[in-house]
Structures are given as structure tokens and as C-alpha cells.
Design a protein around this ligand. Structure first.
Ligand code: 13P
Length: 286
């Protein structure tokens, strides 16, 4: 079934698990990502950047995700990741995306509230969920670099006000993660997460999931992380596989032979992550 972010994170809350939000970069890897979720018995969030949405076409993206979700009988939300442009957000909502992120984390606090609120009003009027962001996540967001020195962690008191004022459905927080970190792992600030979780009751979101240690997943989930973004790990592995196959192929051989191994690699990673996201070994599992 085609679902909203609000619906799938509600399930995650009930089961004390998190929902994997995986970035796709093309239509090739998409079906196997959704089938991976189906095989593990979990909902999934498929997310695209604005650039990927435009490359594929907003409406095409919606049609394909809806069709696979129905066909495979798995709960899928389609989410626009890190959008800062209201027109693009509107384009995604009008085309049928079930969730959007307005990323006003670079703005002064009050301005972030005002702009996020406007997105929430439009989105909610169309039955679409909204994720907001407070604090800055390191690495690169949509080509915009955030250096270590410029990183600002989410302040719990800001989170309370932001959620109350904007009525967002989920909140991305900055607790030490970085986008695009695939060569090393980061130290997440668990005490800060616990404090935010204590004062904010909506689902919390981890960005830069590739750089998070797998041994930290359970603690993150037990403290309210209900959407867990993973992008770079899929991208890097798809590209590695595709380089091997394309590098060795005969030029008149069907493209399927070059692309299927890359798609299957992505599926394997999605399944592995989802198994951990289900939090089955945690004593706090519901
Ligand atoms: P990674 O690419 O670092 O896994 O982060 C994904 C993400 O947070 C997308 O917003």
C-alpha cells in the first residue's frame, strides 16, 4: 500500500523499530529496494533528492512507486529529501509524493519555523507528511557542504518550540552524523538524543545513516529514531558493481547483465539494514 511518512512511523513507534529511508538515484535500483523490504516484512521509505525527482519525473516516480507497492503488497512512503525550494515541494506534493522534507536548517531559527510552517500547511491540506530539520548535519546536503566547524547540534529547547509551532510530523536532528560518510564511522551523541527524545514526542530522524555504526542502531531506535536515512552506502555499492560489470561487458550484450548485479547488491544492503532496523534483539522490543 502507498503510505505517508506519518503512517509508517506510527507503525515503527508501535513496534519500537525504525523505518529505513533509502535514497534512490535511478529507476533501476528501485524495484529491488521495495522487494527487499517486502522480503523482510517491513514498510520502507523511498526518498529522492529534487535532482533525482526531476531526472525521473515527479509523476513517473509516484506512478512507479505506487504500482510496485500495490503489486508487491508492501507499505511504501515516497519522500522528497532535503528540499529548500517551495515550488519543488509543491511540485512533489501535486504529483503525489506522500511525504516531503523542508530543510530550513540553514536559516535563522525563527525563519526556519515560519517557512516550515508554510510547507506544513500546504502539505497537510493535501494529506502529505512533513519532516523538518533543526541543527546542521555534517558532510554534503544537496551539494552544499557543511564543515565540522559549522556544525550545530540540535538544542532540545529549540526542538520543543519548533515542533509545537510548525506541527511537523517528524524531526531530523543533528547529533553528530554526517552525510556521505562512507570511509569511516561517526560518534553519535546518545545523551543529546535521549534529552531530545525526553522532551519531544514526534518521530525523530537520523540523516547520514551510512556513517553510523551498526552497533549504535538499537540505542538510537530505543530512543525514538523512527526514520533512518541511508543513501551513500547504496550508491557506492551500486556504482562499484556497475563498474565491474560495465568494465567487462561486450558492448552488444543486454544492459540487464550490467545493471542487475548492481540492483541485487542494493537489495542485499537494504535487507541487511532493515533486519537491524527491526530491532529484534533489543530487550525493549515491543
Ligand atoms: P548518507 O548518504 O550519508 O547515508 O545519508 C543519507 C541521508 O541522510 C539523506 O538525507
Amino acid at each position: 500500500m502507498y503510505k505517508t511518512l506519518k503512517e509508517v512511523t506510527k507503525t515503527a513507534e508501535e513496534l519500537n523499530m525504525t523505518i529505513g529511508a533509502f535514497n534512490t538515484h535511478n529507476l533501476e535500483m528501485l524495484p529491488e529496494m521495495i522487494r527487499g523490504a517486502k522480503e523482510e516484512g517491513s514498510p520502507i521509505i523511498i526518498q529522492t533528492s529534487i535532482d533525482t525527482a526531476k531526472y525521473i519525473g515527479y509523476k513517473v516516480m509516484v506512478a512507479v512507486v505506487k504500482e510496485i507497492a500495490t503489486d508487491e503488497m508492501v507499505d511504501v512512503a515516497l519522500h522528497l529529501d532535503h528540499a529548500r525550494d517551495f515550488d519543488e515541494i509543491k511540485a512533489a506534493i501535486d504529483a503525489g509524493y506522500s511525504s516531503v522534507m523542508y530543510d530550513g536548517s540553514h536559516l535563522p531559527f525563527k525563519e526556519n519555523i515560519v517557512k516550515t510552517k508554510a510547507v506544513v500547511e500546504y502539505a497537510h491540506a493535501h494529506g502529505v507528511s512533513v519532516e523538518g530539520e533543526l541543527g546542521t548535519i555534517g558532510g554534503t546536503e544537496e551539494g552544499i557542504s557543511v564543515s565540522e566547524e559549522d556544525k550545530v547540534y540540535t538544542r532540545p529547547e529549540d526542538a520543543v518550540e519548533f515542533v509545537k509551532e510548525t506541527k511537523v510530523d517528524a524531526l531530523a536532528i543533528a547529533i553528530g552524523t554526517n552525510h556521505g560518510q562512507f570511509k569511516s564511522k561517526t560518534e553519535v551523541n546518545i545523551p543529546l538524543l535521549k534529552e531530545i527524545h525526553r522532551v519531544v514526542s514526534i518521530p525523530l530522524v537520523i540523516h547520514g545513516g551510512t556513517g553510523v555504526k551498526e552497533e549504535d542502531y538499537s540505542e538510537l531506535i530505543n530512543n525514538g529514531i523512527r526514520k533512518f536515512n541511508v543513501g551513500t552506502e547504496l550508491l557506492v555499492n551500486w556504482t562499484k558493481e556497475a563498474k565491474d560489470t560495465f568494465g567487462n561487458t561486450e558492448i552488444n550484450k543486454s544492459l540487464r547483465h550490467n545493471v542487475i548485479p548492481a540492483n541485487m547488491k542494493v537489495k542485499e544492503i537494504v535487507k541487511h539494514k532493515i533486519r537491524l532496523f527491526m530491532n529484534l534483539d533489543s530487550p525493549l522490543k515491543k
